[in-house]
Write a protein of this length. Structure first.
Length: 73
């Protein structure tokens, strides 16, 4: 009910866009998250799309599995 009450202060379009933005950030949206998006005014800004594949870091295990295989020669 509290989410619907926000439509008294904000237009339905802004409320819908705020909900979409919060859903793009997290799988567990909250009323506080929607309120924060509405108050910050970032609704009109272009959202950042997540890449289709995970971003690989240039750090970490870079030698690959062959380096760690044991050679019994």
């Amino acid at each position: 009910m509290a989410l619907l009450k926000l439509s008294d202060k904000y237009s339905q379009k802004k409320l819908e866009e705020a909900c979409k933005r919060v859903l793009s950030y997290t799988g567990k949206p909250s009323l506080k998250g929607v309120q924060a998006v509405l108050k910050s005014g970032i609704i009109g800004l272009k959202s950042v799309d997540m890449p289709d594949k995970p971003v690989t870091s240039k750090y970490g295990i870079t030698r690959g599995p062959h380096y760690y295989q044991r050679n019994d020669d």
